[in-house]
Design a protein around this ligand. Structure first.
Ligand SMILES: Cc1cc2nc3c(=O)[nH]c(=O)nc-3n(C[C@H](O)[C@H](O)[C@H](O)COP(=O)(O)O)c2cc1C
Length: 315
């Protein structure tokens, strides 16, 4: 996720909540002009993650590209680095990105989409997946997009069940995930408005999708994979008091792990504080007096003050 899943963040999460099966980098925008270097690619992915095979398998590299950009050059570097998994972004709804023929735009122009898919597939032997939406303006070419993607050798599809024009409005329509599962033979990963363990269960049950991807809910509950795996082990039972008790404990683990990783790479305290404040937006809205709680985090003038507020939280 853009602005979030840098290397330090992914390492902190892998160490603290190993129940997550897979992480993705935020998208690397493939440049149209200028030299592309291995250093750029390694920095985006993370040198320490690249050095460990078990971490490489858990971390997918996402690119956002256009028919005019230097896709081949980037993919050749990814190939030479023995990258395990490359994911193509076909979901970004940003006006700027779309006007440059990238992100969800490619769902509206199948010639351009085919060109990009072929360039990647021809030059990359690792796992190649895409992350898409239902369509650009509407769902009219949804089935054709799925077929094209599958026919061009993509190995799995993550579907955020909204069109580009829907941005993040309303609720994701999971019936499209079910439809996609029925229409393609490759694994389909469902995404959009999966917030709690029961949602995961329902999405699997209703759509028969292969896996689930989390965006905002992973920011709101960074230990959601653990909750879900415990839930399955306990035969689909969740004890609310257990969840409330764990929440404080997990929040502390989360921030302590992040702080350790950011410090290790030399981030200044005020930069870490700024990052922590940006996470506050998602984290505390289950607390009864969440406005006041969030306010106190956002007003913190030092990392110590932020952590003091965290340790003072009740359950
Ligand atoms: C802060 C933020 C950053 C995101 N960055 C990316 C990104 O880099 N690549 C991508 O494919 N999707 C990105 N997304 C979209 C999510 O992957 C996901 O498709 C979307 O949020 C819907 O899922 P959710 O309801 O679980 O949030 C981002 C979403 C958020 C909230």
């Amino acid at each position: 996720m853009e602005g979030i899943t840098d290397e330090a963040y992914r390492i902190a999460l892998m160490k603290t909540f190993p129940e997550w099966d897979q992480f993705f980098t935020d998208f690397l925008r493939v440049p149209t002009v200028g030299k592309i270097t291995e250093k750029m690619i390694v920095e985006h992915y993370g040198e320490r993650i690249l050095a460990r095979e078990d971490w490489r398998q858990k971390n997918s590299f996402q690119i956002l590209t256009t028919p005019r950009a230097q896709t081949q050059a980037v993919v050749e570097i990814l190939e030479s680095l023995k990258m395990d998994h490359l994911d193509l972004n076909l979901g970004c709804p940003s006006k700027k990105v779309n006007s440059h023929l990238g992100g969800a735009y490619l769902l509206s122009n199948h010639d351009d989409l085919r060109k990009v898919l072929r360039t990647i597939r021809t030059n990359f032997t690792g796992h190649f997946t895409v992350k898409m939406r239902i369509g650009y303006r509407n769902d009219s070419n949804f089935s054709d997009s799925l077929r094209l993607i599958q026919d061009e050798g993509v190995e799995a599809i993550t579907l955020h069940a909204r069109t580009r024009d829907q941005l993040y409005k309303g609720v994701a329509d999971w019936s499209y995930i079910k439809k996609a599962v029925e229409e393609v033979k490759i694994p389909l990963i469902g995404n959009g408005d999966v917030w709690i363990a029961e949602d995961i269960e329902k999405l699997f049950h209703d759509t028969k999708c292969h896996s689930v991807m989390f965006g905002r809910s992973a920011l709101k509950t960074p230990w959601l994979a653990k909750i879900y795996k415990d839930y399955v082990e306990d035969g689909g039972h969740i004890d609310d008091t257990y969840l409330l008790y764990q929440r404080k404990q997990y929040l502390e683990l989360y921030f302590e792990a992040l702080m350790k990783e950011y410090r290790e790479i030399g981030w200044a305290e005020n930069l870490i504080l700024k990052r922590f404040k940006s996470f506050s937006r998602n984290l505390y809205d289950d607390y009864e007096n969440f406005e006041a709680i969030r306010g106190s985090f956002l007003r913190s003038e030092s990392l110590t003050e932020y952590l003091d507020h965290l340790y003072a939280l009740k359950g």
